[in-house]
Design a protein. Structure first.
Lengths: 255, 78
């Protein structure tokens, strides 16, 4: 299971790393390992150099008594599963202060205070809380164009999911629900179809087919999800959105 | 995952900019139109979108924080 966990993690970390947004400059190596379905020590060492993702895995692992790359650990972080519920809020609070550098300690304190201890160490929550606590110029009066851009970056950066409608050579048409931003906060749109890239050399995409549900990161299909995972990513994403909207309504968000 | 990164705008034109981050990396096509950042400004970037402009004091604090991260993960590029 550990090898599966390494590959699952690498699949979801690959595209933002490839774009230069996080982690070491090792996209060629990660792609080769994924295409070869290899989870060797070199890949593990590269994944350990991601400044935020790896500390999150360590937090979930130590709270659940599992190996960092046990499949269930990166699955909890990227998709969501019951391991998130095992992380004591006090540990997540301490982690947010001491292991994720660069965040404003006062804002971290306020997020936990306003959410009354229900903040999960879930990737989507982290993405959305970053938006919610960043002081965008003009605050609530931000322009529609700025809102569109913010919603797009939040949507790209979270892990979304979609049902495959059509399989092309290196693109999939998928039915998704996008993040939108308005006066009421964040929400998901109704179903829309969009194109995402995929790599048919990475398992199991050689056999991807219409009706499969895939996880998506920066317009790249990361993996094919099981029905259980599809249920979980929906459940945890909706919960994250609800928490973030509560945070923003409390007045802490977008100060 | 995407992390928010702080850096300095070293060139800007028509809402797009090159930003050099405190972690030693850089991006050539950051959208700075939401914050209207100019050359020399310190910005906080999420993905490829600048979400806020930082004061010099806050930028200094972020730079120090990133130095700690770099040491911790062995990814120092300086």
């Amino acid at each position: 299971m550990k090898g599966d966990g390494v590959l699952f993690h690498a699949k979801h970390a690959f595209m933002p790393n490839s774009l230069g947004y996080c982690g070491p400059d090792e996209r060629g190596q990660i792609q080769r390992e994924l295409e070869g379905n290899r989870s060797d020590d070199a890949l593990v060492q590269t994944l350990q150099r991601f400044e935020a993702a790896y500390p999150f895995l360590k937090l979930i692992a130590r709270s659940s008594g599992r190996d960092v790359f046990d499949y269930s650990v990166p699955e909890a972080y990227w998709i969501g599963n019951r391991l998130l519920d095992l992380v004591p809020v006090s540990d997540f609070y301490s982690f947010s202060h001491h292991e994720i550098k660069g965040r404003d300690p006062e804002k971290v304190r306020e997020v936990f205070k306003q959410l009354d201890g229900v903040a999960p160490p879930h990737h989507t929550f982290y993405v959305m809380s970053t938006y919610a606590t960043t002081a965008v110029p003009d605050g609530p009066n931000v322009s529609n164009e700025a809102r569109r851009k913010i919603a797009e970056v939040v949507d790209n950066c979270r892990i979304s999911w979609g049902t495959v409608r059509e399989v092309g050579k290196d693109e999939l048409q998928v039915k998704v629900r996008r993040v939108t931003v308005d006066d009421g906060g964040l929400s998901l749109t109704g179903p829309v179809v969009k194109k995402v890239r995929y790599n048919p050399e990475v398992r199991p995409f050689g056999t991807v087919k219409e009706g499969d549900v895939v996880s998506i990161h920066w317009n790249y299909a990361c993996d094919v999800l099981t029905p259980r995972q599809t249920g979980n990513i929906s459940k945890y994403t909706h919960s994250d959105i609800s928490l973030i909207n509560r945070l923003m309504k409390s007045g802490e968000g977008r100060k | 995952m995407c992390v928010t990164r702080a850096g300095k705008v070293v060139s800007a034109s028509q809402g797009r900019a090159r930003v050099e981050f405190f972690d030693g990396r850089a991006l050539d096509d950051v959208d700075v139109s939401v914050v209207n950042a100019k050359k020399g400004a310190f910005v906080e970037v999420f993905g490829n979108l600048a979400l806020s402009v930082l004061s010099p004091a806050e930028a200094k604090r972020r730079k120090e924080a990133w130095s700690e991260v770099a040491k911790a993960v062995g990814a120092t590029r300086e």
